[in-house]
Design a protein around this ligand. Structure first.
Ligand SMILES: C[S@@+](CC[C@H](N)C(=O)[O-])C[C@H]1O[C@@H](n2cnc3c(N)ncnc32)[C@H](O)[C@@H]1O
Length: 377
């Protein structure tokens, strides 16, 4: 039997455990948690399946080699000694994405340049021609991760960050990454039969991710092309089969209602157009409402929101009253509900004035945040 291939999924730090669970549920074997990533094993079908179905991870990398990278020269030499012809022909384009650093390689742009030069110099010698760089839509994405004096070199099977689902033309103010919105729904243990309301919905990230889950829509279905589709071992029949299987399993009606409101009408229009683009136009009910006017649309459900917290929207000093009002509304109007708040400011969180039943530390980009759960009774 063919040995399973080794893969590495990159994920936001703090979400490794959730991502590992998701990968196992998709069929991954030998799952191992690492910092901001999860190593796993599987076949080509699993690689395609993870790209199509993962709601939490950024990219699936296929590790190629671990190289010495004490200096720019040693990295160049290491990359140059690998044979790139099985992966890249001179008429194909490529891009290099770098992360991590050490004392000598401390700028990702500089590191990427060493990798790129080593590859094109080899091509010039071998073919007399070289591949062009294309950062927008390359045929091959090479990923270089520097840690200590080593470089983990991988091919990126996704080619772009999977948090960009491809359905979202319109961004509101301070939108959450789709991967984070999906992860927070997971931490909340929201399930599609539970009514869901986001009263500060902005561009609708929570509701869009919830809608995709409720209708069993594969989050990768909106992507035009994944990087693995340019690889020599690309199996179009297998890919077509997985896509058809996904489409056949889609539902037409969410089991429970999804509501979103916001005071900003323009943002709501964006949320609505995102929902249309994702095929969820009929599933999510968006309406314009100011926070102080909101009311529970059903006796029970989950309320989830990401209020402004000063860093990206509004001014932290003015927001204390806003958070106090949020707590009062939870207490007075939402008895029987469970509320979840993503907050990036502990002082503002205290103004809610309720004791959280749980707190989950998470990162919103580089910003340390807390995701809080309140049982309202
Ligand atoms: C941080 S954003 C939410 C982003 C959203 N989770 C997303 O992913 O797009 C906060 C939202 O709260 C809304 N908002 C602020 N004050 C409000 C109020 N008093 N009533 C209703 N909405 C309000 C803003 O218009 C903004 O869309």
């Amino acid at each position: 039997m063919r040995r399973p291939d080794a893969y590495f999924a990159t994920v936001a730090r703090g979400l490794e455990t959730l991502a590992a669970e998701e990968l196992r549920s998709l069929g991954a074997g030998a799952v191992k948690l690492q910092f901001a990533g999860v190593a796993f094993e599987g076949d080509l079908e699993l690689l395609y399946r993870v790209n199509l179905w993962s709601r939490l991870i950024y990219r699936v990398l296929v590790p190629l080699a671990v190289l010495e990278a004490e200096s720019a020269q040693s990295l160049y030499q290491g990359v140059h000694t690998l044979d790139w012809s099985p992966y890249l022909q001179p008429d194909q384009t490529f891009a290099v994405v770098c992360s991590g650093k050490n004392a000598q390689l401390n700028h990702s742009h500089f590191t990427a340049l060493q990798v790129k030069n080593a590859i094109v110099d080899q091509q010039r010698r071998q073919f007399g021609r070289r591949s062009s760089i294309n950062t927008e839509n390359p045929d091959l994405v090479v990923n270089a991760h520097i840690q200590d004096n080593q470089c983990q070199l991988s091919l990126d099977s996704s080619g772009f960050s999977l948090h960009r689902r491809g359905y979202r033309p319109a961004l509101g103010q301070a939108p959450l990454k789709e991967t984070l919105a999906a992860a927070l729904l997971g931490l909340a243990e929201w399930r599609p039969h539970i009514p869901l309301y986001d009263p500060l919905c902005g561009s609708g990230s929570f509701l869009l991710e919830a809608g995709l889950q409720a209708l069993h829509i594969a989050p990768g279905k909106f992507q035009r092309r994944f990087a693995f589709q340019s690889w020599p071992d690309y199996d179009p029949d297998l890919w077509r089969h997985l896509r058809q299987e996904a489409e056949a399993g889609e539902l037409t009606q969410a089991p429970a209602p999804l509501w979103g409101s916001d005071e900003n009408v323009e943002t709501l229009e964006q949320a609505q157009s995102n929902a249309q683009a994702a095929g969820l136009g009929e599933q999510i009910y968006f309406f314009s409402e100011s926070l102080n006017q909101i009311a529970p649309p059903t006796p029970e459900g989950y309320l989830i929101c990401n209020p402004p917290y000063g860093k990206r929207l509004g001014n932290a000093e003015d927001l204390g009253d806003f958070y106090r009002q949020l707590g009062d509304i939870f207490k007075q109007r939402f008895k029987g509900w469970t509320a979840f708040v993503l907050s990036g400011n502990p002082e503002l969180t205290k103004c809610i004035g309720l004791r959280p039943a749980r707190r989950f530390p998470v990162f919103n980009g580089a910003l340390p945040c807390t995701f809080l759960k309140y049982e309202l009774y």
